[in-house]
Design a binder for this molecule. Structure first.
Ligand SMILES: [Zn+2]
Length: 74
């Protein structure tokens, strides 16, 4: 007589993995990748000649992230 329960032997139903087709994920993956590139631009290159927004507000706002990711700064 064994007191150890094995998966699938109990009355609790096992969760069934949900299959998500690549066709449904692809637009979201592209959107997230695009957002990541924009965020990476603002963290890493939004300064000086490559600046899209005048002033230092964006640079100062993401300054710590800039140093954390190893972008040259000052
Ligand atoms: Zn810096």
């Amino acid at each position: 007589m064994s007191a150890v329960s094995t998966p699938g032997s109990g009355s609790i139903a096992e969760p069934i993995p949900i299959r998500i087709p690549v066709r449904e994920i692809l637009p979201w993956a592209i959107f997230i990748a695009l957002l990541a590139v924009v965020l990476l631009y603002f963290v890493g290159a939004e300064e000086g000649a490559t600046s899209l927004i005048s002033g230092h507000y964006v640079h100062e706002y993401v300054h710590d992230a800039r140093h954390l990711l190893g972008f040259p700064c000052h």
